[in-house]
Design a protein around this ligand. Structure first.
Ligand code: GDP
Ligand code: MG
Length: 425
């Protein structure tokens, strides 16, 4: 599928689900995040934007590097810890391209463990080019973050900043040892040395009388090597870079969104199934004469399946839903007919006695009805989740798995309690 196809599909699916007011709030919040990402990606594709992001430890000079590229103080910098709190973006209008954006990020060591990995991955997935900034030999956490990035298969430059602090000999030594350690992740042309915000130089002048005067002169930033390398990369693969990245990202994202949408539907489906099961259980408990109930009971199941089919965006008519229920009940009867009937008949036999036991048996029958509707609902849901298919194993296999996955006894106890509470006893 094309990049646009993936994203359009993800967007449509999300939009539909976001409109469903019955969706639990947590699920809605998660989906809203995905939605923003899809939208940002679509915008980016539409406008042919290219995103370049910095990553690295705090205070290595990430913000300074971006400022030096732009030639303006667009991102705030600080000698203190952690000036950059959130991702920030600025247009880099070099050579009137109008479509290059620089993205600043917090230090990778300001967030811990999993969150750090996640941020690094997210930043890299959204960007066409990542500048990993360091200011000396690499720490273990820098090293592992860089390895993680390399696994994403995105174009990656290693930027050694603060070169004004090193002598030429030190720089050479550093460069050699970094390359040796990072081979083959970083090739020599992708390790660039810069001084984004060099410390002022102190000059000492001695006049004719031997008096010394000290003066400070600002040193200009030097990021030429980086700029050149970025332009080389962009010129060589400019548009393809963005497109390749977008399709990698789109594939990932639509898989992720697909899984989220499914999980959200399951959550919603479970609510729907449980409420119909309770309706059915209560109806049977109030009126425990099975023959008279039969038609009404099937009607409840049919409504439930129609409702579920809407949750899954594959609307069914009542008659289609009736057919589906027949298939499921047929399998249920085959799989657990015997125990099922014994259970039901023994409940019915007790229905004659009055008083407390009537209440209990009513509850028991209701619970059985609850359970059967629940199983029907789960089976129908599985069928819908697979895009209206029973898969290779057929309905028998699916339904057996569902029966195995439910702890029947505890569900019956719980159902009976819920039913009795509902009918006020
Ligand atoms: N000596 C020197 N200091 C630098 C250089 N680049 C940045 N700095 C200083 O390093 C500190 C942290 O810079 P900043 O850009 O805020 O780092 P960030 O946390 O990675 O964004 C600031 O005080 C900068 O002035 C450089 O090339 N040389
Ligand atoms: Mg910063």
């Amino acid at each position: 599928m094309s990049t646009d196809g993936h994203l359009d599909q993800a967007r449509d699916s999300l939009e539909l689900l976001l409109q469903d007011k019955r969706l639990p709030p947590e699920a809605r919040a998660e989906l809203a995040d995905d939605f923003r990402q899809v939208r940002a990606m679509l915008d980016k594709l539409e406008h042919g934007h290219i995103h370049i992001a910095v990553l690295g430890r705090v205070s290595v000079g990430k913000s300074s590097v971006l400022n030096a590229l732009i030639g303006e103080r667009r991102f705030s910098t600080s000698a203190l810890h952690g000036e950059t709190r959130h991702h920030e973006m600025a247009l880099w209008d070099e050579q009137g391209s109008g479509s290059l954006f620089l993205i600043d990020t917090p230090g990778i060591n300001e967030i811990d463990g999993d969150a750090r990995e996640r941020m690094a991955r997210e930043v890299s997935q959204r960007s066409d080019l990542v500048l990993f900034v360091i200011d000396g030999d690499m720490t273990d956490s820098e090293y592992s973050a860089l390895q993680g990035l390399a696994r994403e298969h995105r174009p990656l430059l290693l930027v050694l900043n603060k070169c004004d602090r090193y002598t030429a000999a030190q720089r050479n030594e550093l460069r050699t040892s970094l390359l040796a350690r990072l081979e083959p992740v970083i090739l020599p042309e992708n390790l660039v040395e810069v001084s984004a915000d060099p410390a002022p130089r102190v000059y000492i002048e001695v006049d004719a009388d031997g008096r010394e005067t000290e003066s400070e002169r600002l040193a200009p930033p030097d990021v030429t090597a980086l700029k050149d390398r970025i332009w080389e990369i962009l010129e060589a693969e400019g548009k393809t870079l963005a497109a390749l990245n977008a399709s990698l990202f789109a594939g990932d994202l639509s898989d992720k969104v697909g899984a989220r949408v499914l999980a959200a539907r399951r959550q919603l489906g479970e609510k729907v199934i449980r409420s119909y099961s309770l309706v059915k259980g209560v109806a049977v408990a109030i009126n425990p004469v099975p023959i008279a109930d039969l038609a009404a009971a099937v009607a409840v199941d049919i409504s439930m399946v129609v409702h579920l089919s809407n949750v899954y965006g594959l609307p069914m008519t009542r008659s289609q839903s009736g057919t589906l229920i027949k298939t499921i009940s047929g399998q249920l009867l085959l799989l657990m007919g015997a125990t099922w009937l014994v259970h039901l008949v023994s409940s019915l036999l007790k229905a004659g006695s009055a008083g407390l036991s009537t209440v209990l048996t009513a509850g028991a029958q209701g619970a059985v009805a609850y359970y059967s509707t629940y199983v029907v609902g789960r089976a129908a849901e599985q069928y819908l989740a697979a895009g209206c298919s029973w898969g290779e194993g057929g309905p028998k296999w699916v339904i057996r798995n569902i029966l195995d996955s439910i702890d029947r006894d505890s569900m019956l106890v719980q159902a009976r309690q819920d039913i009795l509470t509902r009918i006020g006893r």
